[in-house]
Design a protein around this ligand. Structure first.
Ligand code: MG
Length: 367
């Protein structure tokens, strides 16, 4: 099988809540998503998506994804989309770095492979565990009381895992954590995600002030070394996210015992293939995982579901359903959350069909 055509579409994804706010005053109101179609000479068409969390989160931005795909796609015409490791090697040879650019193409090729094999992607990634898996809800940064109210509202919708966006003024963040912790019930899990926003001395004050709270601390500081310093001074379960972007970082973090949980974001690793390799390494090492992406709509959510549903439940800390945060649906057949849980499609490939009326005309068309 050969790739005959690669097209890309731009989709704007507004938020039900109006905006999404996190550390350092960063905020997004409409996410800029790129959807890629990979068409083969045998008539199979696969789809993928990449959606950075604005231009100021990871080294990634929406127009950058499309510029990178325009650069990369001509090198992939004629390649076999079902040979994923070979294809990734080709992408890495043609474009150094820029993992997020490769993510949507890699995802689309998994969709092709699944359709060609007549198997859902989660089966190809190792197998489906159980009926469904657990989701977290990200709680956008607001006042402590507003965040506590949001947690109460989302737990009424079935969520039992909450990721608070902190990383602001440490005194207010301490209030945020206490206000939300007061709303929780047995079995709930609370994560305070600073998204690199604290300096070490600020993080040290926060972890000491919430010492009696059952809360995970996520990526308190910008660098790996700063996070490690905080980690060594606290007994809270510890999550690394922004610092863990590949196998090297994972191996180093494991050797240093720098974290208990990592966030596997598909585009941060460069696609499903590399996220799958990282997932299986973490599973072997006993590191818990949040399986997710930087952001996305229906297609990213479908890909997350296949990776999460094929993750052994004991190491799957949580996952996410970005398509329920946004007001626009870009594909039919995407998984939908039920009572704070979600399941991967049982159809071949990713199990989605893009809504071409929403996607409109391609912004890139390479053949
Ligand atoms: Mg995070």
């Amino acid at each position: 099988m050969k790739i005959r055509r690669i097209a890309a579409y731009k989709a704007d994804l507004p938020l039900h809540e109006g905006s999404y706010n996190w550390s350092g005053g960063k905020s997004v109101t409409v996410f800029d998503s790129t959807i890629v179609s990979v068409e083969t000479d045998e008539g199979i068409v696969g789809h993928g998506e990449v959606c950075p969390l604005g231009p100021f989160y990871l080294p990634a931005y929406g127009p950058g994804a499309r510029a990178g795909i325009a650069e990369l796609a001509p090198h992939l015409i004629g390649e076999d989309p079902t040979q994923l490791l070979k294809l990734n090697r080709r992408m890495d040879a043609a474009l150094k770095g820029h993992p997020y650019v490769k993510s949507a193409i890699d995802m689309a090729c998994w969709d092709v492979l699944g359709q060609a094999a007549n198997l859902p992607v989660c089966v190809l990634l190792g197998g489906r565990y159980g009926e469904d898996f657990v989701l977290y809800r990200a709680i956008s940064q607001q006042s402590p009381q507003e965040m506590a109210n949001k947690v109460a509202a989302y737990r009424a919708e079935g969520y039992c895992r909450f990721q608070l966006k902190v990383g602001g003024d440490p005194d207010v963040d301490i209030e945020r954590i206490h206000a939300v912790a007061a709303m929780l019930r047995p079995g709930d899990r609370l994560v305070a995600d600073a998204n690199t926003g604290w300096l070490m001395h600020e993080a040290m004050r926060v972890v000491r002030a919430v010492r009696d709270v059952d809360v995970y601390i996520e990526q308190p500081c910008l660098s790996y070394e700063e996070c490690l310093s905080v980690r060594r001074h606290t007994d809270h379960p510890f999550v690394l996210d922004e610092s863990i972007d590949g196998i090297d970082a994972l191996l180093r973090g494991n050797a240093d015992r720098a974290m208990d949980v990592v966030n596997i974001k598909i585009s941060k690793f460069g696609g499903l293939t590399k996220a799958w390799q990282a997932r299986d390494l973490c599973a072997s090492l006993g590191i818990g995982m949040t399986i997710e992406d930087s952001w996305g709509g229906d297609i990213v959510t479908a890909a997350i579901a296949h990776l999460a549903h094929s993750t052994p439940p004991e190491v799957l800390f949580t996952s996410t359903d970005f398509n329920s945060y946004v007001t626009v649906s870009t594909a039919e057949g995407a998984p939908q959350r039920v009572n704070g849980r979600m399941a991967a499609s049982t159809k071949p490939g990713l199990g989605i069909t893009p809504r071409m009326d929403v996607l409109g005309k391609p912004v890139l068309d390479i053949h």
